[in-house]
Design a protein around this ligand. Structure first.
Ligand SMILES: [Zn+2]
Length: 398
């Protein structure tokens, strides 16, 4: 089918044009003429962009105030919850996601999305995030002590089908007793995790609040730094010089700060203390030219699945231009997490698209309610009934 006369927005820029979609992929982009029996959908006045790619979500969590409720679930219950959250994520216009795993459930959810058994974004997943014994996220993670154990933990995840390895180089906001500012793993452990992952062709992501943890992970060769809450200038310089991607997850503290009455006292104190410094770290990283990928940390307290597009707004309010914030949560995120064929309108990529009734580079809140969400060229969600019907009819005819 031919999508005609839309405003096209992706990393290549903002321009008018047509898109040809065939067999679930983008086949052409530019000024195109319809084939003899090709279905044509007039999208004049509409904006088409790639589906969002969320570089950091937790399908296992659903915005609970603590992880206690989740820890008590069986794996079967957890899988059902994850399937629901995957569907919500897709319906919000997120067509690609990197999912931070709990136990070993997420790789199965990823596979069932890929086979079409459950709806969800194209997903890359890990299994259990690696953490120091008793450290951040240990309830659902893989606790390690020592560099041999670190290598063993990576090999276990690789054997179970992980696409990447996540580790907790510092404590966290939501794990009682862990200190977000302190480094939780030894240099030898961090080096072993990154080295072993890279030997197996897996990229590495580190949860990191304190600046010393960021430096330790970057020095070891980590690929993405999650949160980057308390960055000093040296850490920012290292992110630039070592070509590491920052996933700032501004949604996470935003929601906790706004629900301070309801969270635990320890969460509240820690979060308020770090929120302003987090925003300041993000601004300075952007000014220094750090590469940023959009990720929400959806599932953390009050940070609900389906509100993912708000991360684009937060990034644009605190340092990035709106266009750059959109690129951060499409092309840059896709590349950072290894989702090939996602995040751009290039021919050959998946026809995972959003059709919006206004231009999100003028007002990023246009992303909050996509008119149509397409995955592999098929309509899967959206509130613009007329355009949805036209696209559904056209893709039936193809
Ligand atoms: Zn997270």
């Amino acid at each position: 089918m031919l999508l005609r006369d839309a405003t096209l927005v992706d990393v290549a820029g903002i321009r008018g044009g047509d898109l040809r979609v065939a067999d679930g992929r983008i086949e052409g982009v530019g000024d195109l003429e319809p084939g003899g029996d090709e279905a044509v959908v007039d999208l004049r006045g509409r904006t088409v962009l790639p589906g969002l790619v969320d570089a950091h979500v937790h399908f296992s969590l659903s915005g609970e105030r603590t992880v206690g409720d989740v820890v008590g679930m069986s794996d079967a219950e957890l899988a059902l919850v994850e399937a629901r959250n995957a569907r919500k994520t897709l319906e919000a216009g997120v067509t690609g996601a990197r999912v931070m795993g709990a136990r070993d459930v997420d790789v199965h959810v990823r596979d069932r999305i890929a086979t079409g058994d459950i709806p969800g974004p194209q997903t890359v997943a890990n299994c259990r995030s690696i953490t120091a014994t008793g450290g951040h996220g240990h309830h659902l993670g893989r606790e390690i002590t020592g560099d041999d154990d670190a290598r063993r933990a990576v090999r276990e995840q690789a054997a179970r089908g992980a696409d990447f390895i996540k580790f907790m180089v510092t404590g966290g906001v939501t794990t009682p007793g862990s200190d977000p500012g302190a480094v939780a793993l030894t240099d030898a452990e961090v080096e072993a995790i990154v080295d072993e992952a890279h030997r197996r062709g897996l990229h590495t992501a580190t949860h990191a609040h304190g600046t010393d943890g960021v430096k330790a992970a970057v020095a070891a060769g980590v690929d993405t730094v999650e949160h980057g809450t308390l960055l000093d200038d040296e850490a920012i310089d290292m992110l630039v010089s070592e070509d590491v991607t920052l996933v700032p997850t501004l949604s996470a503290p935003h929601h906790i700060v706004r629900n301070v009455d309801a969270v635990t006292e320890e969460d509240r104190t820690q979060t308020e203390a770090v929120y302003e410094r987090h925003l300041d770290s993000f601004r300075r990283a952007v000014d220094a030219g750090v590469r940023v990928a959009g990720g929400t940390d959806a599932g953390t307290p009050f940070n609900m699945h389906g509100a993912n597009a708000a991360e684009v707004r937060f990034m644009s309010e605190h340092g990035l231009e709106p266009f750059d914030a959109i690129v951060a949560m499409t092309a840059t995120a896709a590349e950072a997490v290894g989702l090939d064929g996602q995040g751009t309108l290039d021919p050959g990529t998946h026809a995972d698209l959003l059709v919006l009734e206004s231009d999100p580079t003028e007002d990023v809140t246009a992303l909050h309610d996509p008119g149509v969400v397409l995955k592999a060229g098929a309509v899967v969600a959206g509130g613009d009934v007329r355009t949805k019907r036209a696209l559904a009819d056209a893709s039936d005819d193809h």
